[in-house]
Design a protein around this ligand. Structure first.
Ligand code: SF4
Ligand code: SF4
Length: 443
C-alpha cells in the first residue's frame, strides 16, 4: 500500500512502525473472508482491508479523527484471524494497537463511553475491585431494565455468585513433585483468579505433578492486555513494567525457565512485551527477555511430556476444542492443546468455522454486545453440531462468553489434563465425573 507520511511524521517511532506495516499490505482482500465482522456485517469498512485504509488516513491526517473511523476500529475484535490468512505477513495486530492508542489520544468520545471505558480499565485489572463489582452486578440483576443500557451486558455476564479468594493466588512457591525438571513463574491472571480460581489450582497441580516448580512472584499481576486493547497505553505499560521487574528479580534470584500463562489472551500480550517496550531504553532488553520466556501452559506441558492418564474410565468424553483466537491467531498454537487432550484419553473434535471468534475478545462483549452475541450464538451452534460432552478452551474470556449459554459444560483445557493425570474432576463436570461418554452420540 502506498503511503505518504512526511519526514516529520516518520520521526515518531510509532508512525514509522505502522508505515512499515501499511506498506506490506497489497490490498489483495484475502483477509476479508475470515474476518468475523465482515462475515457478519458485509461492510468493507468492517473488514481488515477497509480498516487498514481508515487507519492509514487517520494516522496521515492532521490529528482530526473521524467518528466513522472510530466506529469501524471499535468494531474490530483484535481476533487476528486476518493475520493468519494474510499471505503478505501484514502485522495487523501492531497496526490496530497503534490505532486504538491514537484514537484514545486524539478523539473525544461521548462521556458515557468514556466513563464505561475508564471503569472497565480500572476494575478488570484489580481483582479486589472486580470482585466488588461482580457482587454489585449480582445484586443489580433484578433491576437491570432500570439501569443505563451500557451496563446491561456486564450485569448479564456476571455470575450469580463469586467464589471466595483462594490462597493459591497469593505469592508463593509450589514445589515440584519428585525431581525438579523446570522452574516457572505463573502469571496470576487477574480476571480469572476471581471468576475461576479452580483454573490456577488445576494448573499448579498439573505443573508440579510434571516436575515443574511453580512460583507466583510477588509484584506480578495484570499483564496489561485489557488496558492495551482499550488504547490506555500508559496503564498497559505500567502493568508490563511491574511484571518485568518482578520476573527479572525472580529470574536473577531463584532462576526461571519459563513464564507460564494459562489465559491465551494474556499470553499474546506478554509475548509482545518486547515490541511494546522497544522504545524504552531502560526496559527494552529486559522486556524482550521476558517475552521470550513466556509460554502457554500447554506449551510447557508439551515440553515436559504428559504423564500417562491415570483414570481413563473417567475421561472418555468427546471434547469440542474451541481454540481461542489469541491461541490460534495470536500465538499460532494449533495442534498442541488438542494433542495433549488426545494423549490424556479424551476425544477432541474441531469446531466448524473454528477460525471465527466467539465474540469475547477482552472487553468486546461488554462494549459491542450485539456483534458479540451474534458471534457467540454462531459459535454455540457450531459447537452443538459436534455433539460434545464438554467444551475445552484455553482462555477465561471464551469460557465466560460461551458458558453463559452453552448446553454442555465449558472448562479450561488444563482442568481436563489435570483430571486425567490424577487431579479432581473439574468443578463444571461434577455431575459427569466418573460417567462414560454420554449416550446421545450413539443415538
Ligand atoms: S490479506 Fe494481507 S495483504 Fe491482503 S488485503 Fe488483507 S492485510 Fe492486506
Ligand atoms: S482482527 Fe479480527 S475483527 Fe479485526 S480486522 Fe482482523 S479479522 Fe477482522
Amino acid at each position: 500500500m502506498r503511503t505518504d507520511f512526511s519526514a516529520e511524521q516518520l520521526a515518531d517511532p510509532d508512525i514509522a512502525a505502522s508505515e512499515k506495516v501499511l506498506r506490506t499490505c497489497t490490498h489483495c482482500g484475502f483477509c476479508t473472508a475470515t474476518c468475523p465482522t465482515y462475515v457478519l456485517l458485509g461492510d468493507e469498512l468492517d473488514s481488515p482491508r477497509g480498516r487498514i485504509y481508515l487507519i492509514k488516513d487517520m494516522l496521515a491526517g492532521s490529528g482530526q479523527v473521524p467518528a466513522e473511523t472510530v466506529k469501524h476500529v471499535d468494531r474490530c475484535l483484535s481476533c487476528l484471524a486476518c493475520m493468519t490468512t494474510c499471505p503478505s505477513g501484514v502485522n495487523y495486530m501492531h497496526l490496530v494497537d497503534h490505532a486504538r492508542r491514537w484514537i484514545e489520544e486524539h478523539y473525544r468520545r461521548p462521556w458515557g463511553e468514556r466513563a464505561l471505558r475508564m471503569f472497565l480499565g480500572a476494575v478488570l485489572s484489580r481483582p479486589w475491585l472486580f470482585r466488588l463489582a461482580l457482587r454489585g452486578a449480582a445484586l443489580a440483576k433484578p433491576f437491570s431494565s432500570f439501569l443505563p443500557r451500557q451496563l446491561i451486558p456486564m450485569i448479564e455476564l456476571a455470575p450469580s455468585s463469586v467464589p471466595p479468594p483462594v490462597p493459591i493466588n497469593r505469592p508463593s512457591i509450589f514445589a515440584a513433585a519428585g525431581e525438579r525438571r523446570m522452574r516457572a513463574a505463573l502469571l496470576p491472571v487477574c480476571v480469572q483468579k476471581v471468576l475461576a480460581p479452580e483454573i490456577n489450582e488445576a494448573t499448579i497441580r498439573l505443573l508440579t505433578r510434571h516436575g515443574c516448580e511453580v512460583v507466583v512472584v510477588p509484584g506480578s499481576g495484570c499483564c496489561g492486555s485489557l488496558a492495551h486493547h482499550l488504547g490506555q497505553e500508559t496503564a498497559a505499560l505500567a502493568f508490563a513494567r511491574a511484571n518485568i521487574d518482578a520476573w527479572e528479580r525472580e529470574r536473577l534470584g531463584g532462576g526461571l525457565d519459563a513464564i507460564v500463562i494459562n489465559a491465551s489472551g494474556c499470553g499474546t500480550t506478554v509475548k509482545d512485551y518486547g515490541f511494546m517496550l522497544r522504545e524504552d531504553a531502560a526496559y527494552a532488553e529486559k522486556a524482550a527477555r521476558i517475552a521470550a520466556l513466556a509460554k502457554d501452559v500447554t506449551e510447557v506441558i508439551g515440553t515436559l511430556g504428559l504423564s500417562p492418564p491415570r483414570s481413563s474410565a473417567n475421561v472418555q468424553s468427546r471434547v469440542a476444542y474451541h481454540s481461542a483466537c489469541s491461541m490460534q491467531h495470536g500465538q499460532r498454537l494449533h495442534s498442541g492443546p488438542k494433542a495433549l487432550l488426545e494423549a490424556a484419553g479424551f476425544e477432541p473434535v474441531d469446531v466448524p468455522e473454528g477460525h471465527l471468534c466467539c465474540g469475547s475478545a477482552g472487553t468486546y462483549n461488554l462494549l459491542q454486545p450485539e456483534i458479540a452475541s451474534a458471534l457467540r450464538d454462531r459459535k454455540l451452534a457450531n459447537i452443538a453440531a459436534t455433539r460434545p460432552d464438554v467444551v475445552a478452551t484455553g482462555n477465561i474470556g471464551c469460557i465466560t462468553q460461551l458458558a453463559s449459554r452453552c448446553e454442555v459444560p465449558v472448562v479450561h483445557t488444563v482442568e481436563l489434563l489435570d483430571w486425567a493425570t490424577g487431579g479432581p474432576a473439574p468443578k463444571a463436570l461434577a455431575g459427569l465425573a466418573g460417567s462414560p461418554a454420554r449416550d446421545h452420540r450413539d443415538q
